[in-house]
Design a protein. Structure first.
Length: 595
């Protein structure tokens, strides 16, 4: 893989605005010259993540996670540095084809390779049998459902015949029967036979596009068995880590700026036929943390489009609340009762489906409709319980106009007076307010500086090293003075960063922190965090010459003190009189220099 030169890395990083990139994943609010957000790297209830548009870096002053745009994507999406670079290049439309970078593929555990291979082979076999004589009725069924050849190929649709084609093929290929069973494709019960037979087959993929399972559908009138049969969970197929169509929808999601979440894969295929490619579907399970991790890689904007029946609405409300807690911007589509996107598109066409998809509700609007549908609003107790549910939701809103709107709406819906609703919301809001930290209440900037000092400075020597390093980042003359008079720091991380800074100034007049992070980051991610902390100190600029000299003196005295202690330790173990005299001379000279 060709190494990307630093000039190209700079071009990639400068092709985007860190505010825009982080804004894809977090809700940002302008705060003076910077932006603020809830930090995703710790349990944050009060925005502590600061993004500097001027410097193109970010920093959390609580957990101290910081860096540039590449660092954020690395930490937030849990990806390698090179993958973050490639993502930013794609966002900024920077061509990397000249570097022949290998496309990223998740490493496969050696013990799981056989299962991936068997599923890939099964997909080929099912595809083949769909185009044989035995697959004629299955093809007719698909044609009636609107599946043309292009759609069949794109969604890996096939046919499992009424015979054990997989077992016989796997046996011929030399696979072990125990592996066939563990793959979930073959069942053993007195004899071995294929799990799927006489069904239309839909391949299920993981986030990297690898086939990990199947869903088989009956297709003939009067055919026995469940309508759908899915692969059992296995070492490679875990429902909580699979979202149907995830690997195909990425470009469409980037283009549209949001993703639809549907209930089933037939809904996704129907949405695709209606030219909505930014769709995924759950695999018969509630949203999990594994799904959240995958969704965060796509977008922060979610539109839930689940079935319109009571279970579908209940699932939609639960999923929306969970996504909202995880920091996503969520909208919901209230489908007609008992209908799903596949049925609407098949019976009424694209215009009807498009009209339904345009009507998107906020979480609180959907909540009020959903909670109202479960109650008899002619009954006082039901109206009162709806009032309580609505008050809890409104109390969490921070926008004054939104609060006024929903207070009025709740008043009309429950038939309680506007004054009563307002008073109840205000009381609930007071209960929601967290305890305010005294330092932040008095002086946020002081509290922030105090927190930094408390976390990274333990004594006057380390304080001097930290402050000197800060001024080295901001002034070349200070870095030159450090190199000429000192060239050493006791704190190992500061010392390494200082060497990077000195080297950087050999080629530049002014230091760009975001660029320095790129130079350090790939091999030393922890140093990037320390660099972020030091850069975030906000000490007075320009530097004071006397203060800089004092820092150098303090650091020098500490170095001499440490050297003296080392010599004293050596003296304990040295018996030779000449060697002892030499060590004593060194100690005396150090004491003279330290006067």
């Amino acid at each position: 893989m060709s190494r990307i030169p630093q000039e190209k890395i700079d071009e990639i990083r400068n092709s985007v605005d860190i505010v825009d990139v982080i804004g894809r994943y977090l809700s940002l609010h302008r705060h003076g010259r910077s932006y603020k957000a809830l930090c995703p790297f710790h349990d944050d209830s009060d925005p502590s993540l600061s993004i500097s548009q001027e410097k193109q870096i970010y920093m959390c002053f609580v957990c101290h996670n910081g860096g540039n745009v590449f660092t954020f994507l690395q930490n937030y999406l849990h990806i390698e540095w090179i993958e973050a670079v490639k993502m930013v290049a794609e966002i900024g439309h920077v061509d990397l084809s000249a570097y022949h970078l290998e496309s990223y593929s998740q490493p496969v555990k050696e013990e799981n390779k056989v299962y991936y291979d068997m599923h890939t082979e099964a997909n080929r076999i099912y595809s083949y049998y769909l185009n044989t004589k035995s697959g004629t009725l299955a093809r007719d069924y698909l044609a009636k459902r609107g599946f043309d050849e292009e759609l069949i190929k794109r969604f890996d649709v096939g046919y499992a015949p009424s015979k054990n084609v997989l077992y016989e093929a796997f046996k011929h290929m030399g696979y072990q029967e125990i592996d066939m069973e563990k793959s979930g494709l073959v069942i053993e019960s007195q004899r071995h036979y294929d799990r799927f037979n006489d069904r239309v087959m839909f391949a299920l993929h993981d986030e990297y596009g690898r086939v990990v399972g199947f869903s088989g559908r009956i297709y003939k009138n009067g055919q026995e068995g469940a309508k759908y049969m899915n692969s059992p969970e296995s070492d490679i197929f875990i429902k909580g880590q699979v979202l149907y169509n995830y690997h195909r929808c990425k470009d469409a999601v980037k283009k549209e700026g949001f993703v639809y979440i549907n209930e089933g894969f037939m809904d996704v295929i129907a949405m695709s036929r209606a030219h909505h490619e930014n769709c995924i579907a759950l695999m018969g399970t509630a949203l999990t943390q594994g799904h959240i991790r995958m969704l965060k890689k796509l977008t922060k904007n979610i539109v839930l489009c689940l079935d319109g029946d009571a279970p579908g609405q209940a699932a939609a409300y639960k999923a929306a609340a969970f996504l909202d807690e995880q920091g996503f911007d969520v909208k919901l589509i209230l489908l007609p009762e008992g209908r799903d996107p596949d049925e609407i598109y098949s019976s009424e066409g694209q215009d009807a489906l498009d009209a339904v998809l345009k009507d998107r509700l906020s979480l609180i609007d959907f909540m009020l409709i959903y909670e109202s549908s479960k109650r008899d609003l002619r009954n006082y107790d039901d109206r009162r319980s709806l009032l309580d549910a609505g008050i809890k939701a409104i109390a969490k809103l921070t926008d004054r106009i939104d609060r006024e709107h929903y207070i009025e709406k709740l008043s009309k819906l429950t038939d309680f007076s506007l004054d009563i609703v307002k008073e109840a919301v205000n009381d609930a809001t007071l209960r929601e307010v967290p305890t305010i930290d005294f330092n932040r209440q008095v002086n946020t900037q002081f509290a922030r500086s105090f927190q930094n000092v408390a976390n990274i400075v333990h004594n006057k020597y380390e304080l001097a090293e930290r402050n000197l390093l800060y001024y080295m980042l901001n002034e070349k003359a200070v870095a030159d003075l450090y190199e000429a008079k000192l060239g050493f720091m006791y704190n190992e991380e500061y010392r390494v960063i200082a060497s990077y800074v000195v080297d950087y100034y050999r080629h530049h007049v002014k230091l760009d922190v975001a660029t320095l992070m790129d130079i350090i980051g790939p091999d030393h991610p922890q140093l990037v965090q320390t660099l972020s902390q030091v850069d975030d100190l906000h000490l007075p600029l320009p530097s004071d010459e006397k203060a800089i000299n004092d820092y150098i003196t303090i650091i020098s005295k500490n170095a001499m003190k440490l050297k003296k202690n080392q010599l004293l330790e050596q003296l304990k173990d040295v018996l030779d009189p000449k060697a002892r005299a030499q060590i004593v001379d060194e100690i005396i000279n150090l004491q003279k220099e330290n006067v």
